[in-house]
Write a protein that binds this ligand. Sequence first.
Ligand code: ACO
Length: 381
Amino acid sequence: MSTETKPAYSPGLAGVVAGETEICWVDPNAGLMYRGYDIHEMAQKANFEEVAYLLLKGELPSGDELAAFSKALVAERALPEPVLKMLRLMPKNTHPMDMLRTGVSMLAPFDPDLNDHSHEANVRKAIRLLARVSSLVTDGWRISQGQEPLPDKPDLTHAGNFFYKLTGGVPQDWQIRMLDTIYILYADHEYNASTFAARVTASTLADMYAAVTSACGTLKGPLHGGANEESMKMLDEIGTADRAEKWMMDALAQKKKIMGFGHRVYKKGDSRVPIMREIARDLGKRLGKEQWVPICENLEATMEREKQLCANVDLYAAPVFTMLKFPPELNTPIFAVSRVAGWCAHVIEQHDHNRLIRPRSLYTGPQLRPYPGSVSGNGAK
Ligand code: ACO
């Protein structure tokens, strides 16, 4: 019998502090900060490039630094031809998250800094990934729809280019501003599941592409980033606000997991929800599609009354993406286009102060017992 003292155990690592970070702080009482700046202020005052720079480099850029950073993104956005060829080889019904994960993995050998984990090389790789994850989503989608990928429009921002490279149309300023704000909200969230996966991978001193590939795989699940695609299916099924309460009561009676509700850290509200709700309200007014916010609000009130669970950002992100005319399959990939900034910042931090992340498990299998002998007859004599 083992004489080891049993390590402390927390199912799902709930409440476990698994590492230090200077990048992001999530306040369980509905606050969120990137490197000391409040998300609410940044959502009003910043654009995504500034926030990505802040996450990756630690401080806000000067005007010249921002211009150089934006220029570097433009320079890196085109995908290598073999990667485009690979996207064309994928079955037409491949989910965009699978295209993205495969694409990130294939980009690795095209990066001249791949196996250099120094701070400077990691920042260079992060800029390439930031630029190219966006292109993997837009170009991959166009290819899956039988259309050709489009070249960059260098006068547009990162968010502007996403619209343009996806649809071929130049977006209006208010659309770019909205996508920018959405990107800012999604850019980082400390040790969420996908970022933790990235850090675990990076902690073996694997490269940034390996870490971001792990993160993409982890983001896909409906308990994490996949929730925003599932939330839209739910809202479509409900259809009108007067049906929301009954729908929720029936779903809870059937013990269903309701997508867009609950959070491991936030118990009194997700700090990003009020901003995303306002974007949804604004879009609804602009486009004459005001049904979504009341449905979500009625769901929120019922969930609060029945289970004291709060909505998370994905509940309101779903109708926002729909109103911005993004196909529902792109909901989670759009989250990735933003979160890759956070993933890369965490990989840089992990490599800069590395210690292997390797927890223990609690063994619950049979106690030690004698091996009965080989049934194949090949056992040791
Ligand atoms: N619907 C129904 N019941 C729920 C939900 C939900 N969405 N979320 C939690 N619960 C229930 C749990 O089953 C549990 O019930 P029990 O005590 O009877 O077993 C109770 O509420 C408490 O759950 P927690 O311990 O708070 O949940 P946990 O931290 O393990 O999970 C998670 C968090 C995965 C986000 C969960 O709330 C969930 O599955 N939500 C739906 C998926 C979702 O929206 N994910 C997006 C998260 S945000 C993001 O990734 C951007």
